[in-house]
Design a binder for this molecule. Structure first.
Ligand SMILES: [Zn+2]
Length: 131
């Protein structure tokens, strides 16, 4: 099973492209959200507020909205870090190998989460039984 589940160079290239695409998209999102968190409001912006859930404005607390956005930014920064590490593993030849048990990560999982470093079993062990 080991040799069969090893990723081929063409597959690795596909994951690299997916990772680079994700990274570019997240960085674009981050720039936009950081801007919104700092400036709050569409004045002078490009009018694209689709990433902001508008109903939160009804709560009337600017702080809540800002914290919400900051939370999103934190999440995305974390994901960006994961993506960088995944790209490093691609270069180092360890991409697709679980960091917990050393077994190959299922391709379906890599396709859904190309920056993951754990196989599904280890991820469950990390996140607890509720996940
Ligand atoms: Zn594992």
């Amino acid at each position: 099973m080991a040799s069969d589940s090893r990723l081929k160079p063409g597959e690795l290239e596909g994951y690299r492209k997916a990772l680079l695409f994700l990274r570019a998209r997240l960085q674009g999102d981050l720039d936009q959200m950081t801007e919104q968190a700092l400036h709050r409001g569409g004045e002078g912006g490009n009018g694209n507020l689709s990433t902001m859930p508008m109903h939160l404005a009804d709560l009337g607390t600017d702080n809540y909205e800002q914290e919400f956005t900051l939370g999103l930014i934190e999440n995305e920064q974390e994901t960006l870090g994961e993506i960088s590490e995944a790209l490093a593993r691609l270069d180092g030849g360890t991409y697709g190998i679980c960091g917990g048990c050393g077994k190959p990560i299922a391709k379906a999982r890599l396709q859904a989460l190309p920056y993951t470093r754990y196989c599904i079993e280890c991820a469950r062990a990390h996140e607890g039984p509720s996940a």
